[in-house]
Every structure is written in structure tokens, then in C-alpha cells.
Design a binder for this molecule. Structure first.
Ligand SMILES: NC(=O)c1ccc[n+]([C@@H]2O[C@H](COP(=O)([O-])OP(=O)(O)OC[C@H]3O[C@@H](n4cnc5c(N)ncnc54)[C@H](O)[C@@H]3O)[C@@H](O)[C@H]2O)c1
Length: 255
């Protein structure tokens, strides 16, 4: 077997359509020698149908990342398909509508706590659920949207992403002793189901297209997926707690 991830066994969360960033990660990972197990949330039959569009059929395990029961059973469910894990991809985000689109000042704690549970705390929960299958050299990779700034319409999702970025650094701190890395990819705006649920998302699209020094294709998930693969590979052996920007260079440019 050849390729960047030859022989690696990956757990990839977050596939819901073939536009999902996770779908691109799973596809490229298989093309680069990895064995992929997917998790799906909610509409499992839909995820199973999408999984059939991958180069190799991939098993799908049900995982609601807020369910203690699902998390407790995850390692055993994964073991039915692979004997260990070299990498885990967290490609999960959700916030109730009240938390997005300018509702920052009015969103209730109940709604905000849902956003933080699904989008932030779950990064740690998923890593811990998969940990019994992991060994030194393993990697956890997640997706963020640059949380160093307050963006119009992103609101509590921005706060959730700031928490995710911090949680990734703490995971790096606590899992470093076991030789496990934690890194994030900060992707520019991409037209996925999650993005479509953000009222006013087109503001990002217009800004990016005009400002990113390398330009930006809103429909090409592959650059972000490639960065995920690189971080899962053996080519970043001494990198953890890092955030790699895959945004056409937007974050580096003022006004
Ligand atoms: N699309 C963008 O512009 C963009 C930019 C930067 C970062 N991201 C991040 O990328 C990641 C993937 O999002 P995407 O854009 O591919 O959208 P997507 O809608 O394809 O994926 C989001 C996934 O989260 C899953 N999910 C939601 N609640 C869940 C739960 N309780 N348990 C388990 N899974 C759950 C959904 O099933 C879905 O598969 C998210 O973290 C998102 O914030 C997206």
C-alpha cells in the first residue's frame, strides 16, 4: 500500500453530504492508503448512502457526540472494523439558530450551551472515547473557523470555536505524554450544510473572494482536507496544539 497515510486507520466524523469537509477528508485519506471508519449523526441512512460514494465502501457507526452512551460504546463499535486507530477527525459543529446571524445579545444559555456541547466540549469527548484504540504517533485533527476575531453573523459559534481552539491546546497538553498530537485546520468559508445554516454567510463569501491573496474557491473542500491529511500523517511528528490556516491567506492580511 502506498500514499501519505499508507496503513493508517482513521475514524472520521462529520459526513452528512458529499460537500462535507469530512467527506473530502475520507475520500483523500482512502486515496492515500488509509482505512476509514465513519461516524454519522441523525440521518444514518443518508450518511450510509453518501459513504457509498467514497472510493472504498466505509462502515458507518452512529455517534451523537453529546450522548454519553454513544461515546462509551464507541471504541467497541470501532473495534468491529479496525484493531486500532492512528487518527481521529473531528468535523462537527452545530449552533441553534438563535446563536447565529446577529443574535449574540439575545441567545439564551440553553441554546449557547448546546452550541458549546456539540462544537467545543465534543472535541475532548471524542478524543477520550477513541483513546483506548490509540497509541504513540496518533493524531486528533479538528476544524475551526479563525476565532481570533469577532465576525459578523458568526456570534456564539465564534465563541464555540475560540473554545475549540483552546480545547485543542489543552488536549495537546494532556495527551502529549502518550505521544498523541492535537491540531486544528482553520478553513476559510466553504459551502456546506453547516455553512448554509448561518444566516448572512454570504458576507464571508464576498469578503474572502475579494481579499484572500491566493483567491478562494468556496466549493473546493480539498485544500482543507489535504491539510487534515498532512496533520494526520507522519510528516508533522513534532507539531501539536497548532492551528494551520487553509484560507487562501486571508488571516494574514489587514483591511
Ligand atoms: N463550511 C465552512 O465554511 C467551515 C469553515 C471552517 C470550519 N468549518 C468547520 O468544519 C466542520 C465540518 O463542517 P462542514 O462545513 O463540513 O459542514 P457539514 O454540515 O457537512 O458537517 C457538520 C457535521 O456536524 C455533524 N453534527 C452536528 N451535530 C452533531 C452531533 N450532536 N453529534 C455528531 N455529529 C454532529 C453533522 O451531522 C454534520 O455531519 C465544523 O466543525 C465546521 O464548523 C466549516
Amino acid at each position: 500500500m502506498s500514499g501519505l497515510l499508507a496503513g493508517k486507520r482513521l475514524l472520521v466524523t462529520g459526513v452528512i453530504t458529499d460537500a462535507s469537509i469530512a467527506f473530502s477528508v475520507a475520500k483523500l485519506a482512502q486515496e492515500n492508503g488509509a482505512q476509514v471508519v465513519l461516524t454519522g449523526y441523525g440521518r444514518l441512512s443518508l450518511v450510509e448512502r453518501i459513504a457509498k460514494r467514497l472510493p472504498e465502501p466505509a462502515p458507518v457507526i452512529e455517534l451523537d457526540v453529546t450522548s454519553a452512551e454513544h461515546l462509551a460504546g464507541l471504541a467497541d463499535r470501532v473495534r468491529e472494523h479496525v484493531d486500532g486507530l492512528d487518527g481521529v477527525v473531528h468535523s462537527i459543529g452545530f449552533a441553534p439558530q438563535s446563536c447565529l446571524g446577529g443574535g449574540f445579545l439575545d441567545a439564551s444559555w440553553e441554546d449557547v450551551s448546546t452550541a458549546l456541547h456539540v462544537s467545543t466540549y465534543s472535541y475532548k469527548s471524542l478524543a477520550m472515547a477513541a483513546l483506548p484504540l490509540m497509541s504513540p504517533g496518533g493524531a486528533v485533527v479538528g476544524l475551526t473557523f479563525d476565532a481570533t476575531k469577532a465576525w459578523p453573523v458568526y456570534d456564539w459559534m465564534g465563541v464555540a470555536k475560540a473554545g475549540l481552539e483552546s480545547a485543542s491546546r489543552y488536549l495537546a497538553l494532556h495527551l502529549g505524554k502518550q505521544g498523541i498530537r492535537s491540531n486544528l485546520v482553520a478553513a476559510g468559508p466553504l459551502r456546506t450544510m453547516a455553512a448554509r445554516s448561518i444566516p448572512g454567510f454570504e458576507q464571508f463569501e464576498d469578503a474572502w473572494a475579494g481579499r484572500a491573496p491566493l483567491g478562494w474557491d468556496l466549493t473546493d473542500q480539498e485544500p482543507a482536507a489535504r491539510a487534515c491529511l498532512a496533520l494526520l500523517s507522519d510528516w508533522f511528528p513534532a507539531t501539536t496544539g497548532e492551528i494551520v490556516h487553509v484560507d487562501g491567506g486571508y488571516h494574514a492580511i489587514g483591511a
